[in-house]
Design a protein around this ligand. Structure first.
Ligand code: IDP
Ligand code: MG
Length: 171
């Protein structure tokens, strides 16, 4: 089945300069990247992304982690991978949530760690299933940022919206 999945390179992955390694590993899947950006993670976005984790004892640290507060890297790299069996292919390469239990040759097994505070710093996020993928892709990306039509979208007229443009046009 052709599907799409959200991948985040978390702040520890960026701080450890793992972007290239992770993209190379993910390219083994032959999936297509249909959206990508480096983005700041507000507390609001983090809370929405991890809303199913609210009751966990490590929730506070998890939010600090994804916001980049533990790594002085206040950003993540967000991507949408698209193609046959995308969700399970990417999850397989990512490995188990707990980096100590993850297959040592998986991304999390190779590069993840557990902090002394007990947070699983596991380098990447990947959607678990179709429903989670849809929720997360719609949370992290707008339709215009994705080069294929993944979900129905509508065009709205926005009046008096402000947007930044280059102060001088390119020559
Ligand atoms: P997933 O990232 O493999 O989908 P989730 O259960 O959705 O795993 O958890 C989200 C994130 O919360 C994990 O990637 C990891 O960083 C952190 N986490 C999950 N379970 C634990 C735990 O038991 N201890 C510490 N951190 C955890
Ligand atoms: Mg999850």
């Amino acid at each position: 089945m052709i599907e799409q999945t959200l991948v985040l390179i978390k702040p520890d992955g960026l701080k450890k300069s793992l972007t290239g390694n992770i993209l190379t590993r993910l390219s083994e899947t032959k999936l297509e990247i249909v959206a990508t950006k480096i983005t700041r993670v507000s507390r609001e976005l983090a809370g929405e992304h991890y809303k199913h984790m609210k009751d966990k004892p490590f929730y506070g640290e998890l939010i600090e982690y994804i916001c980049g507060e533990l790594h002085q890297r206040r950003k993540v790299m967000a991507m949408v991978y698209w193609g046959e069996g995308a969700i399970s292919k990417v999850r397989q390469l990512a490995g188990a949530t707990n980096p100590e239990e993850a297959d040592p040759v998986s991304i999390r097994g190779a590069y993840g760690r557990i902090t002394t505070k007990g947070v699983y710093e596991n380098v990447i996020h990947t959607s678990r299933d179709k429903e989670e993928a849809e929720r997360e892709i719609k949370l992290w990306f707008s339709p215009e940022e994705i080069i294929v039509d993944l979900y129905p979208a509508r065009t709205v007229e926005v009046n008096k919206a402000k947007k930044k443009v280059w102060a001088q046009e390119h020559q």
